[in-house]
Design a protein around this ligand. Structure first.
Ligand code: ARG
Length: 570
């Protein structure tokens, strides 16, 4: 549809003075129903500059415009409505998708400029839980969306591998842990120690002092502290990587917080030189009262660094290393203030690029009513959720159709996809409740529904091949067979794909693509019920099959953008 918008905008702007093609294109709308046209140009904004009533402008344009792609125009209540030539439109959509294939929907908006995306970033020695999943899948989708739009992406896992919790773990390990148990139990055992530390520290505050002391030692490169820390990190990363593999998520760099240890001094030096650093009871901070925010803490009174310190240092480093056009941080909205504070500090350092730092916040996840907290040990482990989802999917598939090849692999693709889609199905800022009934509903607005629709399209194409021995040749497709309501509706959905991807990028909102895919699948299912495909008439059959092929291509591309696989059979 974007091509149509541009075509109309070009013609209109050539008829008018002082308005650009882009300005016109931005005004063109899609009417809520097709009786009002396929595209519509509201003339209200122009009314002021042209000193004419909107209705008059619409009337005049109607008589002057000449567009082959448009069958007719109607001027109504200040709008100029365009009705497209359906046959040409069908021809254009089918040809574009069949020619572009897995590149359909991509564009070079980014021109190879770099976008750094900081996502997932779990904390070492704590299990990866469902809240980290959101950051992982949103970040992964943004990575794929930006890449598809021609940006160079750098995916960074800013592991929480530094901080006072390591002091706590070291104390707990010395008091109650042993190496065999940790080797055997992995993160679970580390969590047990962490939880025990908090339980004990409640009535024995000395433990907190000891933990702080160990963290200071760690920051001063104490050998024993470093050895234990490295060990906890390795154990954790091994488990995280297992999950990333299951999810199909990739990072270009695992530079966690500890990576910035030797770089913080320079950053703190800059703060000091700019006169931003203030002493307060032995601690160092940047005051942000003027911006109605609490101060950003940079150094504690024992000299140890903080989350803010490491984020500021990391941003300076990333600008230097990648010269990014944009740096995105994906975390839950509980960290809004944290990001507002340190973005401001970077601005106060005099860096204009502080405007290119973007916090992409998302809502909380609860599991049918339970809230999640690491300290109390009351957490839901993501790996368990994924494994359960795979097992439940397999059970559903077995109940539906027992003889499917590579059932385990497909159950993995669908089970994992269901969990990912659930996280991306509503706008990111909304809190979501995880409910098995909804996540795995094959008929609802879910990942399995999309994958199932894709498998249905695939099976029609395979059947056509075996029954009629044909493959689709776009030059033979007769578009006049595709102008009934359900086909045109489906073609229109298909033609929206590129614009939706751009929109998803502009809003950092993968759910725009999830929503789009549901609409597309519903349009396809309507077409499928209204238009028999494998009919005797070869010309009709070929045209409808071409449309099915286009749907399959677009579903695969869209699912890939949000991190879902598209098995051929379910
Ligand atoms: N490790 C943090 C957490 O689990 C998230 C880190 C996000 N990235 C960043 N650069 N602050 O809450």
């Amino acid at each position: 549809m974007k091509k149509y918008k541009n075509l109309i905008a070009k013609e209109i702007s050539s008829l008018l003075e002082n308005v650009t093609e882009q300005q016109i294109a931005a005004l063109i709308e899609y009417p809520p129903n097709s009786e009002m046209g396929d595209l519509s140009f509201p003339c209200f904004k122009l009314s002021k500059t042209l000193r004419k009533a909107p209705q008059v402008i619409a009337d005049e344009l109607k008589w002057s415009l000449q567009l082959d792609a448009i069958e007719r125009m109607e001027s109504a209540a200040g709008y100029l409505n365009f009705f497209i030539d359906k046959v040409r439109f069908a021809d254009y959509v089918i040809k574009s998708i069949l020619t572009l294939g897995d590149q359909y929907g991509s564009q070079n908006v980014g021109n190879d400029k770099t976008v750094v995306i900081d996502y997932s970033s779990p904390n070492i020695a704590k299990p990866f839980h469902v809240a980290h999943l959101r950051s992982t899948v949103i970040g992964n989708a943004l990575y794929r969306i930006y890449s598809f739009l021609g940006y160079t992406c750098i995916g960074i896992n800013h592991l929480g591998d530094w901080g006072t919790q390591f002091g706590k773990l070291i104390v707990a390990y010395h008091l109650w842990g042993n190496s065999d148990e940790i080797e055997k139990g992995g993160i679970d055992e580390l969590l047990r120690l962490y939880v025990k530390f908090h339980d004990e520290a409640e009535h024995n505050p000395v433990l907190e002092d000891q933990a702080r002391a160990w963290f200071v030692k760690l920051e001063q490169d104490d050998k024993e502290a470093l050895r234990l820390w490295r060990w906890f990190v390795d154990i954790s990363i091994k488990e995280f990587k297992r999950i990333y593999q299951l999810l199909g998520v990739h990072f270009d760099s695992y530079t966690g917080e500890s990576f910035y240890n030797d770089k913080m001094e320079a950053a703190i030096g800059q703060l000091r030189d700019k006169g931003l650093l203030e002493e307060d009871q032995g601690a160092s901070l940047v005051r942000l009262d003027a911006y109605e925010m609490p101060p950003a803490l940079i150094l504690k009174k024992d000299g140890s660094s903080l989350y803010h310190t490491r984020d500021i240092t990391a941003a300076l480093y990333r600008k230097d290393a990648y010269d990014f056009e944009k740096a995105i941080y994906v975390t839950d909205y509980a960290q809004n203030l944290h990001f507002q504070q340190w973005f401001k500090v970077v601005e106060l350092l005099g860096y204009e690029w502080s405007n290119d730092l973007v916090h992409v916040a998302f809502g909380r996840v609860s599991l049918e009513g339970t809230s999640l907290s690491t300290r109390k040990g009351n957490i839901i482990k993501l790996e368990d959720v994924l494994q359960q989802s795979i097992a439940k999917t397999k059970a559903i598939m077995e109940a539906r159709n027992a003889n499917i090849e590579n059932m385990d692999e497909i159950a993995r693709q669908v089970g994992v996809g269901a969990v990912i889609f659930n996280d991306l199905s509503s706008s990111r800022i909304k809190d979501i409740v995880f409910s098995w009934k909804e996540v795995l509903n094959f008929e609802g607005e879910t990942g399995p529904y999309l994958q199932y629709t894709h498998a249905r399209a695939s099976s029609i194409l395979t059947k056509a091949m075996s029954q009629f021995g044909m493959s689709i040749n776009d030059s033979l497709v007769e578009p006049a067979h595709l102008i009934n309501d359900s086909s045109i509706h489906l073609l229109k959905e298909l033609s929206m794909f590129g614009e939706r991807i751009e929109w998803a990028m502009q809003k950092s909102e993968p759910s725009i693509i999830s929503r789009y895919l549901i609409d597309l699948a519903q349009a396809f299912n309507r077409f499928y019920h209204e238009c028999p495909i494998l009919v005797e008439n070869a010309s009709v059959r070929e045209a409808r099959l071409a449309l099915v092929k286009c749907v399959k291509t677009t579903l695969v591309n869209g699912l890939r953008l949000i991190g879902l696989e598209a098995p051929e059979k379910i």
